[in-house]
Each structure stands twice: as structure tokens, then as C-alpha cells.
Write a protein that binds this ligand. Structure first.
Ligand code: NAG
Length: 195
């Protein structure tokens, strides 16, 4: 039920934004993924950044990896390590979350590893948004974090955001965030390889 309500809210949102010009910096090619402290697809800004994703798929303060978006189906994301997704059962679960307690943190895996993103784990942005915020699956555009990076150290997990009538927001102490695609122009652009 709450899922349906969310979808109709998303549909209403889409109908209000279709009049905006198509952003020049659309979601394609190579880019960094910045994590923003916002849940507002219309008003979030790059300056809401609290960190970025590293090549393992973890949230860090500044180890911004360069990801590649597959422009055609299955629209996956990968880093220099491999394909990224939420299906790696070796990654920590979001155990504080009522609905997300069995979900695993995002991770990039070597493409020959046993665990891969299945082809249905697609990533896309919504047309008409002021910035290319990254959504996946069934209009999942919000991501749940527990640890806000405050200094350069090991990466923190990022989970899908789940909610429902028993828990209408994230678990206490967690934060809802969005992912911003920041295109990287040159194919040889420097990447922080120190992670
Ligand atoms: C996130 O944004 C909210 C609302 O603006 C603010 O109260 C909170 O301090 C921010 N948290 C972080 C970690 O930036």
C-alpha cells in the first residue's frame, strides 16, 4: 500500500517536472557518484554532498571512484573493480532497519566473482530533474546510510532505502541520501586509486 502511495507521489512529481529542459549532464558514460544529504529530487544541490562512493561501492569522504554506466540494457554500473549492486551476500546487512534488515550494502565485485549484479539491477535517472540523480529498480532514488564520513578512513556501507507502515523513515541514527551522477569528461581522468 505505501509502495503504491509512493509511486503515485512519484508520478505526480514527474508530471510537474516534465516541462523543465533536459539537463545537459545526463546520466551516461563515466562519472563519480556523490552522496547528498537530501531526499528532494527537485531541490537537492551538489553542495549537499557529504561524501562519494569509492571503487568498492562504499561511502567515503573523498575517495571518489570513476564509474561507468552501461547506456544500453541492462543499464548496470561498474567501477574499475567490477559490476556494482546490492546483491553481494558478503556485505553487511542493514540490521537496524525494520524492512531493510536482510538487505546488503552496495558493492562492486570483479566480473568473474561468484556474486554479480543480476541483469535486472538497472540504474537510471528520471527525465526532467535539474540534476541526474541515480535511481534503481522501481523508482528507488533514496539510499540509507548509517555512518556519515567525517574524515578519511574506511568506507561505510550504503543500503537501499526500505520503509513501510511499521517504520516510516530510516532507522534511528540513519540518514536518507541521494546519489548524484557527476560526469567525468576525459576517459583518462584521474581517479583516486588509494582505496
Ligand atoms: C542533513 O540535513 C539536515 C537537514 O538540512 C540537517 O539537519 C543535518 O544536520 C544534515 N546532516 C548531515 C550529516 O549533514
Amino acid at each position: 500500500m505505501s509502495r503504491l502511495l509512493f509511486l503515485s507521489a512519484a508520478a505526480a512529481l514527474l508530471s510537474t517536472v516534465t516541462a523543465l529542459p533536459t539537463p545537459p549532464n545526463r546520466f551516461s558514460g563515466r562519472g563519480q557518484i556523490w552522496v547528498l544529504n537530501s531526499t528532494d529530487l527537485l531541490d537537492a544541490l551538489p553542495s549537499d554532498r557529504i561524501g562519494c562512493l569509492d571503487a568498492h561501492g562504499a561511502l567515503t569522504l573523498n575517495h571518489c571512484a570513476v564509474f561507468t554506466q552501461l547506456d544500453q540494457a541492462p543499464h548496470t554500473l561498474s567501477s574499475r573493480i567490477g559490476s556494482c549492486g546490492f546483491r553481494d551476500e558478503n556485505m553487511p546487512t542493514n540490521k537496524d532497519s525494520y524492512y531493510g534488515r536482510d538487505s546488503h550494502a552496495w558493492a562492486c565485485q570483479p566480473d568473474d566473482a561468484a556474486v554479480r549484479s543480476p541483469p535486472d539491477e538497472n540504474y537510471y535517472t528520471l527525465n526532467g530533474l535539474p540534476y541526474p540523480f541515480i535511481c534503481n529498480g522501481n523508482i528507488n532514488c533514496i539510499y540509507d546510510i548509517k555512518t556519515v564520513p567525517s574524515r578519511e578512513d574506511d568506507g561505510a556501507p550504503v543500503w537501499q532505502y526500505y520503509w513501510g507502515s511499521e517504520e516510516m523513515q530510516v532507522a534511528p541514527g540513519h540518514l536518507r541520501t541521494m546519489w548524484l551522477w557527476v560526469p567525468v569528461a576525459s576517459p583518462n581522468a584521474a581517479e583516486d586509486e588509494s582505496d
